[in-house]
Design a protein around this ligand. Structure first.
Ligand code: FAD
Length: 369
């Protein structure tokens, strides 16, 4: 069962109070899609000081070892408030769980405490100019050199790539007749010689992602993530974490919250429709999270949840636009969120895997189960 409103009520109330104080003090301006469009290292550090970054990291690595249910509650509140969480989102969502599962003891001690303190920003380097949906076709290559690997190639659409301290890069480390073999994950230090990150401006006028070039970048053996040659298997699991979370159905919530607050009986049917879908998605996402925590296979369920969640996000923008029509201009704050949501809307079903690819993943996984 997804957490009820009363679950971890004290924690939820604490986070809400903190966020309200932040808004009042000008700590942030609420945005839709804030996990992609809201970057603030200062906010992340203030959040970390409360113990709300890397919450499930065990005490021996500086974390509080709190439950995944508590983490879910905090994530919901941050997204619902439109708080700027991009600086730690990848670290929190997939890097910390990966390091805990497949990182070396040395990597865990070196990186996890910095994540928990909100000091380290990570980017995820999968997509390339000619390789998005067909990820196994990545051309970025690493050649074996003394003490490590020499990396050459290019990534694109890398969220926070121009802000990050480190990037997890999927690359080819050996040629193989089987294209899913011979791939590995390397952690690149973004200040290393040969790394260039250029922000890509978007229609919104912001630059939320970057293109990143690697020109013979040296990556020491100590920064290989997991096993050389098992990159595909590792990334598949990582994508499960990336795809299943409240960020896949709450991106437009600041807009929804303002819509729900309008007192107009004519809007009741649309409100009911949105609320019902939202609650169902929340329950689904929570169940998939529990499945992943139980060590069960969850790639198909995560793909399904992402498909359903991001379709809802897109529908929510359109339903609200149609329900309000020209009356939207009576509500300036809501109108601003609606405009931003309309611009971002097409990206909801692209990032993290397109709808077509998710349905393919789901079908393949279920057939093979
Ligand atoms: C806001 C945002 C943030 C992003 N952040 C990151 C990031 O941090 N790191 C990262 O690595 N990437 C990131 N991406 C990239 C994202 O993962 C890719 O855009 C996505 O995987 C699709 O790849 P593509 O753009 O190359 O499109 P393509 O793969 O070229 O697909 C184009 C269209 O063709 C369809 N298509 C392709 N192949 C098939 C097929 N076999 N069957 C049916 N239909 C198919 C797709 O569904 C899509 O509709 C981000 C993208 C966005 C929009």
């Amino acid at each position: 069962m997804a957490p009820a409103a009363g679950d971890h009520a004290a924690l939820r109330a604490d986070v809400r109070r903190f966020l309200a104080e932040e808004v009042t003090a000008g700590g942030f301006v609420p945005k839709i899609d804030s996990w992609v469009r809201g970057f603030s290292r200062e906010f992340t550090r203030r959040l970390a000081a409360r113990g709300w970054v890397g919450m499930t990291v065990p005490g021996r690595f500086g974390g509080a070892g709190r439950s995944h249910r508590e983490r879910f509650v905090v994530a919901e509140e941050l997204l619902a408030a439109g708080a700027p969480v991009l600086a730690h989102w990848a670290a929190e969502r997939q890097v910390a769980p990966m390091l805990l599962r497949i990182g070396t003891e040395e990597q865990q001690h070196r990186l996890l405490p910095g994540i928990v303190r909100g000091e380290l920003c990570f980017a995820i380097g999968l997509s390339e100019p000619d390789s998005g949906s067909d990820l196994a076709s990545v051309r970025t290559k690493a050649a074996r050199v003394e003490g490590g690997w020499e990396l050459t190639g290019q990534k694109v659409w890398t969220s926070a790539g121009h802000h990050a301290d480190y990037m997890f890069v999927l690359c080819r480390t050996s040629e193989s007749a089987q294209r899913h073999e011979g791939l590995s994950q390397l952690m690149v230090t973004m200040t290393a010689e040969g790394v260039t990150a250029r922000p890509i401006p978007t229609m919104s006028g912001e630059a939320e992602f970057a293109e990143v070039f690697f020109d013979r970048v040296f990556v020491p053996d100590s920064d290989v993530i997991g096993d050389v040659g098992r990159g595909w298997e590792q990334v598949t699991r990582e994508l499960g974490w990336e795809r299943n979370g409240p960020d896949r159905y709450l991106s437009t919530y600041p807009l929804l919250a303002r819509f729900f607050a309008l007192e107009d009986a004519c809007l009741a049917a649309v409100k009911g429709q949105l609320a019902a879908r939202l609650l169902a998605l929340r329950a689904l996402t929570f169940e998939v999270m529990e499945r992943s925590q139980a060590g069960l296979d969850f790639a198909a369920e995560a793909a399904l949840a992402k498909d359903a969640g991001t379709t809802f996000e897109q529908d929510s923008v359109e339903l609200i636009r149609r329900a309000l029509g020209s009356a939207v201009s009576d509500h300036p704050e809501l109108e601003a969120h609606l405009r931003a949501a309309q611009i971002a809307s097409s990206t909801f079903t692209l990032r993290g895997g397109t709808t077509e690819m998710l349905r393919t993943v789901t079908a393949r996984q279920l057939v093979n189960r």
